[in-house]
Ligand binder design. Structure first.
Ligand code: ZN
Length: 315
């Protein structure tokens, strides 16, 4: 049974890099193993950046080596530049994701490069991949695609322009990220449609934040226009340290509940997913974790597609 959507768990990267505490390496192993055991098949496990910038990510290579032992898992890492890509490919990750800001102001604040310089960086990373690890995938997550806390509005034409150039530079996929939690469902539908019209099947994941409570609505809007990969973070951990006021990724537990309740198979066992909150809490004591479904519990008689597909088919 193939899932209908791919839930890409970004908590160990997007979540952990946004909190003050540092999860011990052994704690990360336990948490990632629990995420994998729930059926998640793509996990963004770390960011390959200098430890002095993000001490939470100092053990990225070690975490990658552990994640690579989990069967059937696509191990993804964020790399902001060529140096990060070298380290991530040397560690053996399957997939690189490069953040490229749609907002010119956020690009300078986040990576100290213009958007044009980032396109060149993507080209260099693709060349390195071709040379050293041709089986690895390279995708771009276009941050601030729906608005920017620094410059405000981001023009939709610029998002389309950038997506086209990124594909020309060799990106296998370009996803759209609401880094700052400014998106609304109408905008999500419109922008994904425009980007798909420009780059077709290379249109990638929807990465939504829940800053204003619209994370799930925005994911559903993206689903309605054909998006089938969704980034989410267990317990809603996450934000962006260089986008002031940005908080909270869409909660994986709530997203999986929504899809499974709709009859869309995620491949994720929701009970095991909720159980994966325990190693997260144990590894980051005192850090708040969010999520409506884990708080409320599963509804009486709830029969998720993923756990119960055979039983439903027999009815
Ligand atoms: Zn994010």
């Amino acid at each position: 049974m193939t899932p209908d959507v791919l839930i890409s768990e970004v908590g160990p990267r997007d979540g952990l890099q946004s909190v003050k505490g540092v999860m011990p390496t052994a704690g990360k192993f336990q948490w990632i193993a629990a995420l994998h055991a729930s059926g998640l098949r793509e996990i963004e496990i770390a960011s390959f950046v200098p430890a002095r910038l993000l001490p939470q990510m100092a053990d990225a290579a070690e975490v990658a080596r552990f994640a690579l032992t989990l069967p059937g898992l696509t191990v993804m890492a964020l790399v902001p530049n060529l140096r990060g890509a070298q380290a991530a490919l040397a560690a053996g990750v399957h997939k690189l994701t490069i953040p490229v800001s749609a907002s010119a102001a956020h690009s300078m604040a986040n990576v100290r490069k213009t958007r044009e310089e980032m396109i060149a960086e993507v080209r260099n990373i693709v060349a390195l991949r071709d040379e050293t690890a041709p089986q690895a995938q390279v995708e771009v997550g276009m941050s601030t695609a729906f608005g920017c806390t620094i410059q405000g509005e981001v023009k939709e034409d610029e998002v389309v322009w950038l997506a086209t150039l990124l594909v020309e530079a060799g990106a296998g996929e370009v996803g759209l990220s609401d880094t700052t939690g400014m998106a609304n469902p109408a905008q999500v539908r419109r922008l994904f449609n425009k980007v798909r019209a420009a780059i077709g099947g290379k249109t990638g994941a929807a990465h939504m934040h829940n800053t204003r409570g619209l994370g799930l609505a925005n994911c559903l809007a993206a689903y309605d226009v054909g998006v089938r990969t969704f980034d989410a973070s267990l317990g809603g951990l996450g934000g962006c340290p260089y986008a002031p006021g940005a908080s909270g990724n869409v909660v994986t537990e709530d997203l999986v509940f929504m899809f499974e309740a709709m009859g869309v198979r995620t491949g994720v066992n929701i009970e095991k997913l909720i159980a994966a909150r325990e190693p997260l809490k144990a590894g980051l004591p005192g850090e708040p974790v969010y999520g409506m479904t884990p708080e409320a519990g599963l509804p009486k008689g709830f029969r998720p597609m993923t756990n119960d597909f055979a039983a439903r088919a027999a009815q």
